[in-house]
Structures are given as C-alpha cells and as structure tokens.
Design a protein. Structure first.
Lengths: 115, 110
C-alpha cells in the first residue's frame, strides 16, 4: 500500500539559512499534519491542513510556515534556522469523513541538522 | 494543558511473555486513542486504535480503554525480540491534533 512520502530524507543547513520540507500524503487522504521530534522526545504537533486550509496550529515557531497545495502535498518552510531546530520532522496524513478524523499515518521523516 | 503520561521504562520481558504497556490521559473529553511503535531513528508506526470502552484485539496486540479511569493500555502477547521498540500512546481530543506521551521503551530478550 502507498505510504506518506517525505523529501528530502536528510538535510544539513547552517544557522540562519532556510529549508523546505515536502510531504506527499497517502492517496485520497485530505489532511496533512507536521510534527517535530527532538532527540529522546515525543513528537510535537506543529500544524495541520485540511483541504488546503490550515485546520489546527500547535507549537510552530513564527519562523516556520506551511501550506497545502491543490494536489494535497504540503511544504514546511523554515527560515532563520537555529541549532535547536535540529530534529526529525514527520509528516502524517489522514482521511476526514463526515466530520471525523481517522488514523494518522506517518511518513519516514526528514532529519534536519543545523550546524 | 492536555497531558498523556507513560512510564518511560525500559520494560524488560523475556521472549514469549506478555508485555503490558500503560497510559493515562488528563482530558476527559478525549475521544480517540492510538498506540504507535517507533524504532530508534524511524517514524511512528500505527499498531492499534481504540475509540470505545473495552478491549480491541488485533493479532498479538490487545488495546484496552477505560474512559472513566482515563486509562488505556496495550498488551503484546508472545513478545518477540523484534517487538523491542518505544511504544507511544497518543490521544486525540475533539479535533484533529494528537497529543503523545513520551513513550515506553520495551526490551524483549531472547
């Protein structure tokens, strides 16, 4: 079965640079979520989109922005990178039916290292 | 602040034994509950979802939910060394966002 696709899988950036992470949800899934997971930490919710509109917002820094496109893929844009942004970034997708959100399936993640 | 609590472990069990993982949550309005398995450096993998009180079985896994006690558990029967991983309890309250516990590390020894 098709899974969530994320690119790139690994990214190395310097402080103050920008980064763009991409996520392609499972086909027919209409909701995308972004999570950040630091070393030894649980995944922290950043932001989600349903039908190309922001649906929920978590602990996303103002330096980060995201959007969902007409083909349902999503991009997380990160600017003025800091050392503390080094983490695994996961995208998850789910289907919404009759107002209910169903299980979230995670992509393989992007490992971002800021030097 | 919605909280999900798990014992960090490690929980060590011998191969073939039953592993019991527990999770409590603070928001009484929580509607949906999930268990994810995460190997080191990999992404969370959904293994069970449960929405109503009682037990739900899927293969070697059984999820148990008690909303009155705000408690959800995962039992793994016939534990295998390949089950060694961190198990994340996740709770959804009213909307789409998942709140994760910090995970319990399970070690299954041959």
């Amino acid at each position: 079965a098709a899974g969530v696709i994320q690119s790139p899988r690994h990214l190395i950036k310097e402080k103050r640079e920008t980064a763009t992470l991409k996520c392609y949800p499972i086909p027919r899934h209409d909701t995308v979520y972004w999570y950040q997971q630091g070393p030894g930490q649980d995944p922290q919710f950043l932001i989600s989109f349903y039908e190309k509109m922001q649906s929920d917002k978590g602990s996303i820094p103002d330096r980060f922005s995201a959007q969902q496109f007409s083909d349902y893929h999503s991009e997380l844009n990160m600017s003025s990178l800091e050392l503390g942004d080094s983490a695994l970034y996961f995208c998850a997708s789910s289907l919404r039916l009759a107002g209910e959100y169903y299980e979230q399936y995670f992509g393989p993640g992007t490992r971002l290292t800021v030097t | 602040q919605k909280e999900v609590e798990q014992n960090s472990g490690p929980l060590s069990v011998p191969e073939g034994a039953i592993a019991s993982l527990n999770c409590t949550y603070s928001d009484r309005g929580s509607q949906s509950f999930f268990w994810y398995r995460q190997y080191s450096g990999k992404s969370p993998e959904l293994i069970m979802s449960i929405y109503s009180n009682g037990d739900k079985e899927d293969g070697r896994f059984t999820a148990q939910l008690n909303k009155a006690s705000q408690y959800v558990s995962l039992l793994i029967r016939d534990s295998q060394p390949s089950d060694s991983a961190t198990y994340l309890c996740a709770v959804r309250s009213g909307y789409s966002t998942l709140t994760f516990g910090k995970g319990t590390m399970l070690l299954v020894s041959p």
